[in-house]
Write a protein that binds this ligand. Structure first.
Ligand SMILES: Nc1ncnc2c1ncn2[C@@H]1O[C@H](COP(=O)(O)OP(=O)(O)O)[C@@H](O)[C@H]1O
Ligand SMILES: [Mg+2]
Length: 350
């Protein structure tokens, strides 16, 4: 009987990221994987589109339409839009084989440096979007689960999650964070670095989508054997006319240098602040990189070289947190303990 009831519970795991929102539906997998973007009509205050549809409108809308990212640095900056975006995403689950509506528990991954007010705001947005009970979990813990690490044992793992707005560096042991550090330097900052570099070096103005394209197409954290370059288009600073330039791997590397150094330093600081008994485990287990930024070529090698700890990119880093949440919602009772005390993480802030 319990099993039958269980299958009617539409438990979901939600990775509400600054850049992307992923929703895992119990026993079904990741059903929603969309940019955390909403397009609104300023005149009527109505949401016109969310996710991929809204992102496509970026930079192409008339004055009365605004395309916004309702989350900034992992924190809700526009409460109503976040709620509405989530509601629209959750609505999409209805076509996934569930016709009986009702009780829906949600496990939500949140950065572990949120204040109580910020936690409450994410929780409220999820409740208002249609969930009857919300459990919060620290994002690095979900990421570690997604990476297949043994999180409930007294064995430490070091997770570096490089998302859109923030990079979270955390040591996890027994289902909680032991030491953590959050930086506002991640994928978005990399894009800004590229925009600035291209403006200063090429005297060319480019938009964020172009910078992101260049980062993904030719970017790396260390020098590469292969020669990567790609044409980019922008507006010439002096003539004001469109112009093309070739951006090479070495350019992107130069542009990102300072930001990458800051991330490496944060990893070093977290390692230094980790209690000695756990450092030994960490050496054995190594460092796991996740989040979209982990896909930057050679970032694992840079971190490994600078910390002298083995570093690897988790499998499919963009879905790591969502898959970790999936493990929780698929077997809720087993993971209950790490959800029971969501408001009191063990945390040493640096
Ligand atoms: N192949 C890639 N190389 C470098 N960065 C990437 C790549 N793919 C995605 N990203 C970056 O990853 C970031 C989004 O990562 P994600 O983990 O989804 O963020 P969040 O959890 O904050 O929503 C974006 O800044 C995006 O540009
Ligand atoms: Mg994330």
């Amino acid at each position: 009987m319990k099993n039958i009831l269980d299958s009617f519970f539409k438990d979901v795991g939600i990775d509400l990221g600054t850049a992307n929102t992923l929703i895992y539906l119990k026993h079904q997998g990741i059903i929603v994987n969309e940019p955390s973007v909403a397009a609104i009509n300023n005149k009527t205050n109505q949401i016109l589109a969310v996710g991929e549809d809204a992102k496509r409108m970026l930079g192409r809308t008339p004055a009365h339409i605004n395309v916004i990212r309702p989350l900034v640095n992992g924190v809700i900056s526009n409460f109503e839009m976040t709620q509405e975006m989530l509601r629209q995403f959750l609505r999409r689950l209805q076509g996934s084989g569930f016709s009986i509506s009702g009780y829906r528990r949600a496990v939500l991954a949140i950065p572990d440096n949120l204040t109580e007010v910020e936690r409450k705001s994410v929780e409220d947005a999820t409740m208002n979007a249609g969930c009857s009970r919300v459990y919060l979990i620290e994002e690095p813990v979900a990421a570690a689960l997604g990476a297949g690490l043994p999180i409930d044992l007294p064995v430490a793992s070091l997770i570096v999650d490089i998302g859109g707005g923030t990079t979270d560096v955390a040591v996890i042991s027994m289902g909680g964070t032991v030491v953590s550090r959050t930086l506002k330097i991640a994928g978005d900052k990399f894009n800004e670095d590229i925009i600035r570099f291209v403006r200063d070096e090429f005297k060319l103005l480019i938009g964020e989508p172009t910078a992101e394209y260049a980062k993904i197409a030719v970017g790396s954290a260390i020098p590469l054997d292969e020669k990567l370059e790609v044409p980019i288009r922008g507006r010439d600073l002096s003539s004001g006319l469109p112009r093309e330039a070739i951006i090479k791997n070495s350019h992107v590397r130069m542009a990102l240098g300072k930001s990458l150094r800051t991330i490496v330093d944060a990893v070093l600081e977290v390692i230094e602040a980790t209690p000695p008994e756990l450092v030994g485990d960490m050496l054995k287990q190594g460092i796991y990189l996740c989040g979209g930024g982990a896909l930057l070529r050679g970032l694992d090698q840079l971190i490994e070289r600078e910390t002298a700890v083995r570093a690897q990119v988790a499998e499919d880093p963009l879905t790591c947190v969502a898959r970790g949440l999936g493990r929780i919602v698929d077997d809720f009772d087993h993971h209950r303990e790490i959800l029971d005390n969501p408001l009191k993480p063990i945390q040493i802030n640096l």
